[in-house]
Design a protein around this ligand. Structure first.
Ligand code: 13P
Length: 265
């Protein structure tokens, strides 16, 4: 179940299902957000929180669609800088101004497409805190690192490099997204996810102390869909999902959330 065991104590954490639309979505896609809002109003899933992270161009309109619904609004990236001569970049303050309460930082597509380093991800997480946003910090190993058995070392080093010292459970979420599972239909086995998430919580405990680490949401991401959500989300130390492709359709996203309905969490 969605329970974190740390320092011998057991902490209950309300799960979060977050959708990452990536570079998908025009104005017409807001109808999917409206459909999700209406589904959740008609058949709520009070056991879990929902968040959607559309592209920055849709944030303001998405904020209007979601207003009063309880569905959280997140963004997909931010500049480490608050303002200035950084053409094309968007600051965390601008995202907050557009209605976001969270921002994804260090997604593997940013790390790989744009060469983002752990130090940059760390700076972006600090920018999120500065603007009053929750930072969703992504980590994950490549297929080669997975095959060579380096997963745990890679994740430890990404956590140590990307998660700021002062990170707090209320404003930090860590998402484990194995690069080889993103958009491929492949996923780690539930025991592999359990092992990795256990390690993540242990490393966070060493970095931030047991009470912050024990209360922090750890999301799994990578090919989560309605058919595998129950297997992946009821793994120890998994406190929700970061969903890509399946978040584009309200029906699929709602079905993923529904695995928590009546789960007694
Ligand atoms: P998919 O769910 O499409 O595999 O994407 C996962 C992801 O990258 C979410 O951030």
């Amino acid at each position: 179940m969605v329970i974190a065991r740390i320092g011998g104590r057991v902490t209950r954490i309300k799960p979060l299902v977050a959708g990452n639309w990536k570079m998908n979505g025009l104005g017409g896609s807001l109808s999917e957000l409206a459909a999700l809002r209406d589904h959740l109003a008609a058949s709520p899933v009070p056991e879990a929180d929902a968040m959607m992270c559309p592209p920055a161009t849709l944030l303001t309109r998405a904020h209007e669609v979601l207003s009063g619904s309880g569905i959280l609004l997140g963004a997909q990236d931010c500049s480490p800088h608050p303002s200035g001569a950084h053409t094309g970049d968007i600051s965390a303050e601008m995202l907050a101004d557009a209605g976001a309460t969270a921002v994804i930082v260090g997604h593997s597509e940013r790390r790989h497409d744009h060469g983002e380093t752990d130090a940059e991800v760390h700076a972006k997480a600090l920018a999120a805190y500065r603007a009053g946003l929750t930072a969703i910090i992504c980590i994950g190993e490549t297929e080669e690192q997975y095959r060579e058995g380096h997963t745990l070392d890679v994740l430890r080093s990404q956590l140590e490099g990307s998660v700021p010292e002062g990170a707090r459970a209320g404003t930090t979420i860590v998402a484990y997204e194995p690069v080889w599972a993103i958009g491929t239909g492949l996923t780690p086995t539930p025991p592999e996810v359990a092992q990795v998430h256990g390690l993540i919580r242990t490393v966070l405990g060493q970095m931030l102390g047991d009470s912050e680490a024990g209360a922090m949401r750890l999301l799994y991401g990578g090919s989560v869909k309605p058919s595998n959500a129950a297997d992946l989300l009821f793994v120890p130390d998994v406190n929700g999902a970061l969903v890509g492709g399946a978040s584009l359709k309200a029906k699929d996203f709602y079905e993923i959330m529904s695995v928590y309905a009546g789960s007694g969490i």
